[in-house]
Design a protein around this ligand. Structure first.
Ligand code: GCW
Length: 722
């Protein structure tokens, strides 16, 4: 009997040791498994001195104590003041900080922190300090990250200050808990049980966010429901805000422009109408009664059926400014989205010879609309209005050139909008690490003020002196146990936060630290898994949309290939609109001969991309309609190169599979198998993409798939029917 009990005990213990469901994200704090390193850390860290009175310092202290005790596998002496400690944490005045780090010019701002090793009474101490409580919180997470990633803590000298003020998650969560473009279960906001029931996730969510520097969250979908602005829901929102507050996470809501009609009983939502303006003023005052540090509104207006000021003959500026006036007394901000592509009727009247789906090319390029609508409004917005621009001109494609709006609105703060959720990136079945995608855009040179005017410097305000700066990421979070469904989806949430804090981090560095914290510090594992991550985005581009193809996925759901679709409700919802394949060639001509969208960029960018000889081939079909037999830089014809890319994409997924197989002994079985199964699905999907696209484009090119490539195992009709 005793024996059986022991066996059961060890089985359960084994299971708890090795099963890992992913809930803890990158904040696992398991005891360090390298004995000499553990001893080394234990020698340095003998105790913690951390006076904590404010809610933020209290949670920071708890995090530090829990984290260190977990990592070191022992109880620590923790004190408010006594001098027993080797790790000292707290808020200091800026002059004191300057004298400690011997730099009078440094200003940590209200979120920066420093971690230094300093001799106090002849003994080395580690100082984690800031000029503010939130700075301390961020410093604590950074210190824990050092141990979690097995860094040396012997001679520390770290100063860290965020580059962007507002680092915000956008949840596209509906009140009925369906998440638009969400692939990780239902919304984590359980509106039904709020405000009374505080789910453990509501605490782990801001913890995780704070650990990577995120400081704001928009709880609701931009396709908005005005109900969230009613008293019933504001009480629920306030309950969440109360839990998030210690972690320095501000709550924002989406404002449905027709709310005065929907829930206010008014007949109009015209932004110049006095009753409407008063209604918003009162509504905003009411919100601040519930949530004194409410961040503000995110608004999608006059786009994809959302109501907006244009419905009343007013401009986006009229609409945004009305809300801004209501928010200003409370220091709230308006983030107004530039993702608009309703074609005003007047644009259709101009006849041209070249038409597409009944509309002239030049007038009907969705690429141009955000710029066309917003550029003329530069300077017309209130101080507390920012315009949120998607990274690319169309819609979160696997690869897009940067949006031409970046750099084009010097008088209006522009917010970067990235999509973390993988709407167009294989959703939750594909392993795609997005940091390279984010970086490609942030590093792109707009040339707006000469060479080096990269998008990141537009966003961080340094180029145009914006007073408000922000970066948003559309969340990939749901109520799946591991938050993001695909275990590697967590890396994209993580990378968004880290790059919003400091866009100078490299994708490799971010992947490295995420892997170490999330899985293991074993170098063999880290190096191999990092390779998988770093190549994954290019791999996906290759098997989905190589050489500048875009928006050729299934209509509506955006899952799987459907380059043949030509019957969607609007011309610019159709894949054929974007690839324009014909017997001559393929690609969207956006030069002067075509839609001339390139004219929206600065002349340096335009010149580079408009000439096929200097245009980077990864953007070729974004800007040019090229003949099938065009000679690429590789010496292959365009058709051959297209085949090569699609096949390379599939091969890379297979390489990812084999590499992952080799990592079995380094990963807990649960997550190992999840990733293994998902990679197998990804491989099937990559083959599906490759075969469907090549068979379809072949009907125009009339050229063979090179004989040494494996043959598609079905015909085009089969793929069309899927
Ligand atoms: O990418 C498209 C999505 C819509 C989304 C829209 C937007 C929230 O397909 O689901 O709506 O963009 O960004 O507003």
């Amino acid at each position: 009997m005793k024996k059986i009990c022991f066996a059961v005990y060890f089985l359960i213990r084994g299971a708890t040791l090795f099963a890992e469901d992913g809930y803890r994200l990158w904040l696992r704090y398991d005891k360090i498994d390298n004995p000499s390193l553990l001893q080394h850390y234990r020698n340095i860290i003998s105790g913690i001195q951390f006076p904590a009175s404010s809610p933020t310092l209290i949670v920071a202290k708890k995090e530090l104590v829990d984290g260190l005790e977990g990592l070191l596998g022992k109880k620590l002496n923790v004190a408010e003041r006594q001098n027993i400690a080797s790790v000292r944490v707290g808020t200091f005045s800026m002059p004191l900080i300057n004298s400690i780090i011997k730099n009078d010019n440094l200003n940590l701002g209200n979120e920066g922190f420093f971690i230094v090793t300093k001799k106090i009474n002849g003994k080395n101490n580690i100082l984690i300090a800031a000029d503010s409580d939130m700075g301390v919180l961020y410093g604590v997470f950074q210190f824990l990250r050092l141990l979690q990633t097995h860094q040396s803590i012997e001679k520390l000298s770290i100063i860290s200050i965020p580059k962007i003020q507002n680092r915000i998650l956008n949840h596209w969560d509906n009140l009925n808990r369906i998440v638009e473009r969400g692939y990780a279960g239902a919304s984590i906001w359980n509106w039904h049980l709020l405000p009374g029931y505080i789910d453990k996730r509501y605490i782990d969510y801001p913890r995780a966010n704070a650990s990577i520097g995120i400081n704001g969250t928009v709880l609701t979908n931009v396709n908005a429901n005005a109900l969230v602005l009613t008293k019933l829901y504001l009480e629920k929102v306030a309950a969440l805000a109360n839990v998030f507050r210690p972690y320095h996470i501000k709550v924002y809501l989406t404002a449905r422009f027709s709310a005065p009609i929907d829930i206010g009983g008014l007949k109009t939502a015209d932004p110049l109408n006095v009753d409407v303006r008063n209604w918003w003023k009162q509504k905003v005052d009411e919100i601040y009664n519930y949530i004194p540090d409410f961040g503000g509104f995110l608004v999608k207006a006059n786009s994809e059926g959302q109501p907006g000021p244009q419905s009343y003959g007013r401009t986006h500026a009229d609409g945004a400014d009305m809300l801004a006036d209501a928010l200003a007394p409370h220091n709230g901000i308006v983030i107004w989205r530039a993702f608009v592509y309703d074609i005003p009727a007047t644009q259709n009247t101009n006849a041209e010879t070249q038409t597409f789906a009944g509309l002239p090319y030049s007038l009907n390029d969705r690429f141009k609309q955000a710029y066309n609508e917003f550029k003329p409004l530069d300077g017309k917005f209130r101080k507390n209005v920012s315009i949120q621009v998607k990274n690319g001109p169309i819609d979160f494609q696997p690869r897009e050139p940067f949006s031409p709006l970046f750099g084009a609105m010097p008088q209006t703060p522009l917010v970067m909008e990235f999509q973390i959720t993988q709407e167009y990136l294989g959703q939750a079945t594909n392993l795609v690490y997005e940091a390279p995608l984010f970086k490609e855009c942030l590093d792109a040179d707009t040339y707006i003020k000469g060479k080096g005017s990269i998008v990141a410097k537009v966003i961080d305000g340094s180029l145009e002196n914006y007073s408000v700066t922000a970066m948003s990421g559309v969340a990939n979070i749901g109520n799946e146990r591991n938050w993001t469904a695909h275990p590697f989806g967590q890396a994209n949430w993580y990378a968004f936060g880290r790059l919003a804090w400091d866009y100078n981090f490299s994708p490799a560095q971010v992947a490295d630290e995420w892997l170490r914290q999330t899985f293991t510090n074993d170098l063999h594992f880290v190096e191999a898994a990092k390779k998988i991550m770093l190549m994954s985005r290019e791999t996906l581009v290759n098997y989905m949309t190589p050489l500048g193809l875009h928006h050729i996925m299934g209509t509506g759901h955006h899952y799987g290939p459907a380059p043949w679709v030509s019957n969607a409700g609007r011309a610019d919802w159709n894949p054929v609109y974007y690839h324009r394949a014909d017997s001559v060639g393929i690609g969207f001509d956006r030069t002067e001969k075509g839609s001339n969208a390139l004219s929206q960029y600065s002349v340096e960018v335009k010149t580079q991309w408009e000439d096929v000889n200097s245009c980077d081939e990864k953007y070729l079909l974004w800007f040019h309609h090229m003949p099938w037999n065009y000679k690429m830089r590789s010496g292959k014809t365009l058709w051959e190169e297209l085949c090569y890319k699609y096949y390379a994409g599939v091969d890379s997924v297979r390489w990812m599979q084999t590499t992952w197989e080799g990592l079995k002994n380094y990963v807990d079985i649960e997550r190992f198998e999840q990733v293994q199964m998902l990679l197998a699905i990804q491989e099937k999907e990559a083959v599906w993409w490759r075969n469907a696209c090549l068979l379809y484009f072949q009907t125009f090119s009339k050229m063979p798939i090179p004989p040494n490539y494996e043959k598609p195992d079905h015909d085009l009709e089969y793929y069309k029917a899927l």
